[in-house]
Design a protein around this ligand. Structure first.
Ligand SMILES: [Mg+2]
Length: 382
């Protein structure tokens, strides 16, 4: 089998209701659908969460001739070849060896996102070629995996109790674990929001906090102590973006709540250092943001060895396959449970995993299990 074509489809739609995390304004849903075609008629689909869309699509167009003609089942070779473009190589200056010149340093997040989307498509091809769903290729047998519901995004003018109502609604739908966006308001207001959620969901539901990097170490210790009475399962992305494993170690030593981290990381080397630090209990690497399923697998194996739970960030329809294959090492896949949050995925994918009663139900269809509604793709094309 050979790769014949690699295409990127940039998709975007504006939300009726914009919202905020502690850091970012969210006024649109965007994704890049990656299509890898082969000479056997099998086509694989990957998904990228990232931007700017034109830059990532341009990188995929640059990568297409690099991997055209290669065996798509050789995912580690292809991954290594694309990743090698991010560094100098002997004879590579100026692209004089026939490969693209070393890629610009200031495009690294987009480069890693582009590699990720292609890699996910290769795993879809692998499953389709083997006539197996990805979770079975990985040795998984569980067709139902645990998921939790994320909500509580900030909406201008909404009351402090809005997140409690929303998360209680998720529990009523059958979720046994929920996650609240936090970190944007004063400590007193956040305690009010968090107390309201715990009162609304009752004592038996797991309750996580997604902070989106609002604190330095001292500020986060104060926060952790203030919210610990509400039985919090993890503090996610607690520290400012520039703080590193050593800072997480200081936080973990003083925090009564376990830490979760990883969605911002681009590759296994920084994740290794967070895991080795002993500070984090949950690793949340996101295949669709960076480096793909191949890198997620490497990270999952390392985390398993080190006693860190896998809790992949977002993209439940893809990451549920990983969770299935990692047994008790995996905590859960993440569902962003706001019904309006994934209008593109809801429209363009036919089939695939379904979330019901707080569990992801994985179908036996090959690959990631989804086919594409191309009319819907055209409706969202950016
Ligand atoms: Mg998060």
């Amino acid at each position: 089998m050979r790769i014949t074509e690699v295409l990127a489809h940039p998709l975007s739609v504006t939300y009726a209701q914009p919202s905020w995390t502690a850091h970012e304004y969210i006024d649109r849903s965007q994704l890049i659908l990656v299509e890898v075609r082969t000479d056997t008629g099998i086509t694989g689909y990957g998904e990228i969460a990232g931007g700017p869309l034109p830059l990532i699509c341009d990188l995929i167009a640059q990568f297409a001739p690099v991997i055209r003609g290669l065996d798509p089942l050789g995912h580690t070779e292809i991954w290594a070849k694309l990743f090698s473009l991010t560094s100098p190589r002997p004879g590579g200056l100026g692209g004089w060896d026939g490969m693209p010149a070393p890629l610009p340093r200031n495009h690294r997040p987009q480069i890693m996102a582009a590699i990720g989307g292609i890699d996910i498509a290769l795993w879809d091809i692998k499953g389709k070629a083997a006539n197996l769903p990805v979770f079975r290729l990985l040795g998984g047998t569980r067709t139902e995996v645990f998921t939790y519901a994320t909500g509580g995004f900030y909406v201008e003018g909404a009351p402090l109790g809005a997140g409690a109502d929303e998360l209680a609604g998720f529990v009523a739908q059958g979720y046994r674990a929920v996650k609240l966006k936090t970190g944007a308001l004063s400590l007193a207001d956040e305690v009010t929001r968090i107390r309201a959620v715990r009162e609304a969901i009752g004592p038996d539901v797991l309750f996580m906090l997604d902070m989106n990097a609002p604190y330095d170490v001292a500020g986060c210790i104060d926060f952790a102590k203030a919210v610990a009475p509400f039985d919090i399962h993890w503090l996610e992305e607690p520290l400012h973006w520039y703080l590193q494993p050593a800072d997480y170690v200081r936080l973990a030593a003083a925090s009564p709540i376990p830490l979760a981290h990883g969605e911002r990381e681009w590759h296994r080397y920084t994740v290794r250092d967070f895991i080795d630090s002993g500070a984090i209990g949950f690793i949340q690497f996101d295949s669709t943001r960076a480096a793909g399923f191949t890198e997620s697998l490497r990270i999952a194996h390392y985390a398993e060895q080190k006693g860190v739970s896998i809790a992949p960030h977002s993209a439940v329809h893809l990451h549920a396959h990983l969770v299935s294959a990692f047994g008790d090492t995996a905590f859960a896949a993440e569902s962003i449970a706001r019904p309006d949050f994934h209008p593109i995925q809801d429209a363009i994918y036919i089939g695939g995993p379904e979330v019901r009663n707080g569990m992801v139900h994985l179908p036996e269809t090959p690959g990631f299990g989804m086919e594409i509604d191309w009319a819907a793709v055209e409706r969202f094309r950016a």
